[in-house]
Design a protein around this ligand. Sequence first.
Ligand SMILES: C[S@@+](CC[C@H](N)C(=O)[O-])C[C@H]1O[C@@H](n2cnc3c(N)ncnc32)[C@H](O)[C@@H]1O
Ligand SMILES: Nc1nc2[nH]cc(C(=O)O)c2c(=O)[nH]1
Ligand code: SF4
Ligand SMILES: [Mg+2]
Length: 206
Amino acid sequence: MLSSGTGALALPLMEQFYTIQGEGYNTGRAAYFVRLGGCDVGCHWCDVKESWDADQHPRVAIPEIVEAATSYPGRNVVITGGEPLMHDLTSLTHALHEAGCQTWLETSGAHPLSGQWDWICLSPKKFKAPLSDVLRQAHELKVVIFNKSDFAWAEEHAAQVSSDCRLYLQPEWGRAAQMTPLIVDYVKQNPRWQVSLQTHKYLDIP
Ligand SMILES: C[S@@+](CC[C@H](N)C(=O)[O-])C[C@H]1O[C@@H](n2cnc3c(N)ncnc32)[C@H](O)[C@@H]1O
Ligand SMILES: Nc1nc2[nH]cc(C(=O)O)c2c(=O)[nH]1
Ligand code: SF4
Ligand SMILES: [Mg+2]
């Protein structure tokens, strides 16, 4: 990969699209999504497995990504993947800020944090543990609930984030019919948590 002291100058890009943030704290807000290739976490229920192999995706120069992102009225840019922190995101976030964009990150936290972020959504995974630095800096903890035991696992991670970090429980899409009622009951009993649904899937938008 092309890189410098300030991070990657080109990044493997799977897709980019302007849509509505479907999940978590910023649900309902217009945002441009940049989906980077590469992930080594291996969630068996991942809804974007085509992203895993970075070599399957063309490397695109940062100015090209920023130009595309700023060709829409919105100025919120979500960097997702794949696992975006497999790449040094210093240059990308710097260029997005220079262009007047807000930078929002979707990450499993399994790799070191790079870049300047206005919002960090941490969705930790059992398959590759999140780093304590990312836990500390997260604005939002969003735990995917696949089975009942995931509630206790979510609490273990809530104990490691900052006191003002927002807490979300999100049903695994394939198990939503079974898990969503359990999440509703859990949030009623444990009101510091909130429900997060993948609303874009119900809306049938990207
Ligand atoms: C595809 S991941 C990419 C970013 C990063 N690798 C991560 O996992 O946070 C984006 C978000 O979708 C969530 N997600 C992925 N597959 C899901 C599924 N089947 N059901 C619910 N959420 C899912 C992840 O937990 C994460 O919050
Ligand atoms: N609309 C929409 N919202 C999202 N929030 C997180 C997503 C992701 O895949 O990172 C995502 C996505 O793929 N689409
Ligand atoms: S960490 Fe994210 S991109 Fe990677 S497998 Fe898990 S859900 Fe998919
Ligand atoms: Mg998604």
